[in-house]
Design a protein around this ligand. Structure first.
Ligand code: BGC
Length: 726
């Protein structure tokens, strides 16, 4: 039932300005309550209380969607709250993702505003519904200012003496939809590992982990004394607090004390940080005054990986932290600077690894619904979902391809065709959009693209790697068109037209971008991409793989790739005859490499290979996030190549276990929780042989492939010895 449809949107008087309102109304109950449900939403974000007790542990509800067309509402069972003969319902609201610097240019409606309906069924079988309307009262709350980017100002000295009538707003055109994604919740608490003075003399807390969430503190102070906290991910080369890479995001928590012993945590903002500077603190701070609360969307952990190399283990942990930090209601590029947005390209490259680490199906389905809702009639989608740019924004190649790649990836990992059913039209529209772009149907050789974003072979002062952006665009066109064929066939559709299209793209691609044995962009990214997308077939694939290997070797076994080349390069090597080189790249410890940041003390994945240079200096503050999950896509190589767990059928009903044995590891192991149960694959060195252990869950069949054997098995646990010198 949608009782919320009977409620009205209400707001505080305009004179409240930046102050976050508290809405309230007291109600009498006619009798004993058998059951009661509360439906609630906001333009902004809300906290909801009955008799001053929080109704739920959800944070940042109703979540971030394309508010123009969809705003989620939450429903809570509140039966246990209604035990007396009366109650009061209160809503505290901030701007969140609806207003503030992030999106105020997009949403013109009054913000924050709230809407709620409380349904009661009495023991005598009669019903009553209490709704927000003009009879509600509103007062200025203690949050004097809140902004996702800039933090929060809280005045604990407040007394709620002045109540105003809430203003009823006219109904908008947006639609309230039941919550789709998992709620955002507090997930874990970290204690600081140090409190120290920097060379500049500033007091700084170190939580030992770059994370997303907020600081909870307790303080004993006189009335009006101030706590002011600033946040940072890293220290500069001199060991001083460094915030330049947050760009314009202030990320400041400013708290005015009530006097006495008090505790606080922010209500409507979150920060991405490892270090916290105590700009102002009454008295002597102690470690026990502080906790960092890690906040993200609820996701069940499904994948595990470990090996004998501690640096690779740290890399893997950093990938997990990157996911925790950036899966806060939508998949974001980063959680700290003045972006924190649903960049499609980032989500697309990380989707596979993310889907193995945690169950992200409900989380991504919600985001894909927004993607679909913002797709234009031409099939173009904005580069950020929910869109924060112009409504007609058109994503470039590899970013817009999220429309196809993400739904397919969810289907491949979880085997649930629902996501394909929901997204198929949108996937097809995206491919048809590309078809209409180029100078000919099978090429995407027009428009502006990010190319191999942040590729290291970029020209001086450019963010775009050297690989021809049109070569990349056409290769991605091929990838999306071929995945569309697979998706259509999984749904029982005739995809012959799109099969013809993929073949046309293939031939146009090589006609345009191949000269003899080389590609017109003779770069790591170009070869990695033609191999990983399946564009290159044998015998050409072998030639390209050899060239890729040669380029890497000439570069002393270092990457030069950016957002596009990096997720492909290890696969391209491992699947085309160069598994040892793939592992060498993975294990490279010098800059640029995956392990270089680990050696520099990273606890998350960096946006730039050289975010922090060996001498401690930084890449430009302009684009230097230390929590950017894109390069964390490497985690899926650990599960699916190093440990060899691969789906032969979507949802892992049939699997292949084909590990890469390598002398540089003593042991590796990974597991993945599928709908059938856990798959495990691990191998270890035992004198002159590898010992491979595989677990295949019930209802699942596996092909186990070692360098000299191939066998098909049913569920069970298997141990296979593989000689190193047959
Ligand atoms: C974001 C990226 C994003 C890119 C696109 C950046 O500002 O942080 O991760 O994909 O812009 O150009």
């Amino acid at each position: 039932m949608r009782w919320i449809d009977h409620a009205r949107w209400i707001a505080a008087p305009q004179s409240f300005g930046e102050i976050c309102p508290i809405f309230r109304k007291a109600y009498s109950l006619r009798g004993r309550v058998r059951e009661a449900f509360l439906q609630v939403s906001a333009k902004g974000i809300y906290e909801v209380f009955i008799n001053s007790v929080p109704v739920s542990k959800d944070l940042f509800a109703p979540g971030w969607t394309n508010y123009h067309s969809r705003i989620q509402f939450q429903e809570y069972d509140v039966t246990a709250f209604l035990t007396g003969s009366s109650f009061h319902l209160a809503l505290h609201a901030g701007k969140g993702w609806y207003g503030g610097r992030l999106t105020h240019h997009i949403y013109q409606d009054r913000c924050p505003s709230v809407i709620a309906a409380l349904f009661v069924r009495y023991a005598d079988g009669t019903d009553e519904v209490f709704v927000t309307d003009g009879s509600w009262k509103v007062a200025e709350g203690p949050v004097k200012f809140s902004d996702i980017y800039d933090g929060e100002v809280y005045d604990a000295r407040i007394n709620f003496s002045k109540w105003f009538s809430a203003e009823v707003l006219p109904a908008g055109t947006e639609i309230l939809v039941p919550q789709e994604g998992p709620p955002v919740r507090e997930q874990q608490v970290l204690c600081p590992i140090a409190l120290f003075r920097t060379p500049k003399g500033e007091a700084v807390l170190d939580f030992g982990q770059n994370l997303t969430g907020y600081v909870r503190f307790t303080v004993t102070a006189n009335v009006g004394e101030e706590v002011r906290l600033s946040f940072a991910e890293v220290l500069d080369k001199d060991g001083n607090f460094y915030t330049e890479n947050y760009r314009s995001a202030q990320s400041i928590i400013h708290y005015f004390c009530r006097g006495g012993e008090e505790a606080y945590q922010p209500h409507f903002s979150f920060q991405g940080f490892r270090y916290v500077r105590l700009d102002s603190w009454p008295g002597e701070p102690q470690l026990k005054n502080f906790q960092a609360v890690v906040v993200h969307s609820d996701m069940k952990r499904t994948g595990y990986f470990a090996c004998s190399n501690p640096l690779v283990n740290s890399l893997y942990q950093n990938v997990l932290w990157g996911q925790r930090g950036n899966f806060l209601d939508i998949p974001t590029d980063c959680p700290q600077r003045d972006e924190r947005m649903g960049w499609t390209g980032d989500a697309q490259v990380f989707c596979r690894a993310a889907s193995l680490n945690f169950n992200i199906l409900p989380f991504f389905r919600k985001w894909l619904h927004d993607l679909k809702s913002q797709q234009q009639p031409s099939g173009a989608i904005p580069r950020i979902i929910p869109n924060c740019l112009a409504p007609e924004d058109e994503a470039p190649a590899a970013w817009g391809d999220a429309a196809v790649i993400c739904p397919w990836q969810l289907y491949e990992t979880y085997g649930d065709p629902q996501v394909l059913l929901e997204q198929f039209d949108s996937m097809k529209k995206w491919v048809d959009y590309i078809r209409a772009q180029g100078t000919e149907e099978a090429l995407w050789n027009t428009g502006e693209h990010y190319g191999d974003w942040l590729g290291l072979d970029a020209e001086e002062c450019s963010y775009t790697g050297r690989t021809d952006p049109y070569l990349i665009a056409t290769a991605y066109f091929y990838r999306s068109a071929s995945l569309l064929c697979k998706a259509g066939e999984a749904l029982g559709k005739d995809m012959s037209e799109y099969h013809r299209l993929t073949e046309a793209i293939r031939s146009a691609f090589f006609h345009t971008y191949q000269r003899g044995n080389r590609l017109t962009s003779d770069t790591q990214t170009a070869y990695a991409l033609v191999l990983d997308t399946g564009l290159a077939e044998e015998p050409a694939a072998a030639v390209f793989a050899a060239r890729l290997a040669e380029l890497i070797t000439q570069n002393h076994c270092h990457l030069q790739t950016g957002f596009v080349g990096t997720p492909c390069i290890l696969y391209a090597l491992a699947e085309h005859g160069y598994p040892e080189l793939a592992i060498s790249l993975l294990l490279q410890e010098e800059y640029p490499s995956w392990l270089y940041p680990v050696k520099m003390g990273a606890t998350t994945i960096w946006e730039h290979w050289d975010g922090l240079k060996p001498d401690g200096s930084m890449w430009s503050p302009d684009m230097n996030s230390f929590n950017h999950y894109a390069y964390g896509s490497v985690a899926d190589f650990l599960y699916s190549k190093l440990c060899g767990i691969q789906p032969l059928e979507p949802g892992y009903a049939q699997i292949r276990i084909a590990p890469l044995f390598d002398q540089r590891f003593d042991w590796v192991e990974a597991s993945f929780q599928t709908q059938f149960g856990e798959i495990y694959s691990g191998w270890r060195k035992d004198r002159e042989q590898w010992v491979l252990t595989v677990h295949v869950p019930l209802g699942c069949k596996a092909e186990i492939i070692t360098p000299y054997t191939c066998q098909t098995v049913d569920s069970g646990t298997y141990q296979i010895e593989v000689s190193m010198n047959p």
